[in-house]
Design a protein around this ligand. Structure first.
Ligand code: COA
Length: 289
């Protein structure tokens, strides 16, 4: 599979590294944070070290004053080949259950609640192989765009485990039961076009358009009010398992929380720019920030 070019090429002037990690690269460029799983020789499979580092990286992005959108992708041929079968599984077999839990918990933490509750909108840019455990962070990014020829597979069944790490829920939340079941019990691979067709990603594009399309979406998200996007994404994600009454209560609470958290007072600005200044139309664009 061809490389995406997501390598350490000459940095544009606005490019700023967020730190130094052994398995992840993270930088901010024009208000967009690029988080790159960086073990291309191991197809970016996720080891305990990578999982520990991702917790630090997510904090660094969340704390960055410039970043308004985060893109998660992989270096080289893979988005991620899932959990590291050696370092995450075999090497932890001899540990006690508690030792193993401690060694593995950063995985569940960053791929699950930390991504779901991430303060900025997140976009998974699926540039290549995406297997097994990689479906967990994929499902917990807000948006996902794949290369047409990316290769997906729920390969757990092929090597003798039930999918763990909340992969089944990530799959069940995006695909229909029939598709989730088919790909989970057969382990059959599918490409980016199919991933878009079954709802696992928003869309797939030719490989040479992947970065440009993700940039277009990220640029659009930059124009939105971050506090309101956060309240909206949490609402859309969390009401899925609720009944009508719980959802109404949750939505009301999130509605109020987002207005309280919004330092820009976007609601007042939006109303003024539309009703008084007549300088924008909310049906067509975001208010001028
Ligand atoms: N865990 C541990 N090591 C992995 C890995 C994983 N999930 N995925 C790839 N690697 C390692 C390989 O062992 C190999 O290491 P080596 O060079 O030291 O021998 C290296 O990465 C390259 O892998 P290779 O299989 O030679 O690359 P490929 O391009 O021919 O195939 C894949 C790519 C992704 C199809 C193949 O590596 C694979 O099937 N990986 C496992 C995917 C999987 O089932 N993940 C689910 C885990 S829950």
């Amino acid at each position: 599979m061809a490389s995406t070019g997501e390598t350490a090429s000459a940095a544009p002037s606005t490019h700023r590294e967020l730190g130094t990690w052994s398995t992840v690269k993270a930088s901010v460029e024009n208000e967009i944070a690029w988080v790159v799983l960086n073990r291309p020789e191991k197809r970016n499979c996720m080891s305990p070290t990578l999982n520990d580092e991702m917790l630090e990286v997510l904090d660094a992005v969340a704390l960055d004053r410039e970043a308004r959108v985060m893109v998660l992708t992989g270096a080289g041929e893979a988005f991620s080949a899932g959990m590291d079968l050696k370092e995450f599984f075999r090497d932890t077999d001899a540990l006690s259950p508690v030792e193993r839990e401690i060694k593995q918990r950063s995985c569940f933490e960053w791929q699950g609640p930390r991504l779901r509750q991430f303060p900025l909108p997140t976009i998974a840019m699926v540039n290549g192989y995406c297997f097994g455990g990689a479906f967990h962070p994929l499902g917990n990014c807000d948006l996902a765009v794949a290369a047409d020829d990316a290769m997906f597979g729920l390969s757990e069944v092929n090597w003798g485990i039930v999918p763990g790490g909340n992969v089944p829920l990530a799959v069940a939340h995006t695909m229909s039961l029939r598709d989730a079941m088919y790909y989970s019990i057969t382990g059959e691979t599918f490409d980016g076009r199919k991933a878009a067709e079954v709802g696992l990603v928003n869309e797939s594009v030719p490989r040479d358009r992947l970065r440009a399309r993700v940039l277009e979406i990220a640029e659009m998200m930059k124009t939105k009010n971050t506090a309101i996007v956060r309240g909206t994404k949490e609402t859309v994600r969390h009401i899925r398992g609720m009944g009508w009454t719980e959802a109404e209560n949750y939505i009301n609470a999130k509605f109020a929380e987002a207005l309280y958290a919004d330092a820009e007072d976007g609601r007042a600005q939006g109303l003024k720019q539309f009703l008084d200044d007549k300088s924008f139309r909310p049906g067509l664009e975001a208010y001028k920030r």
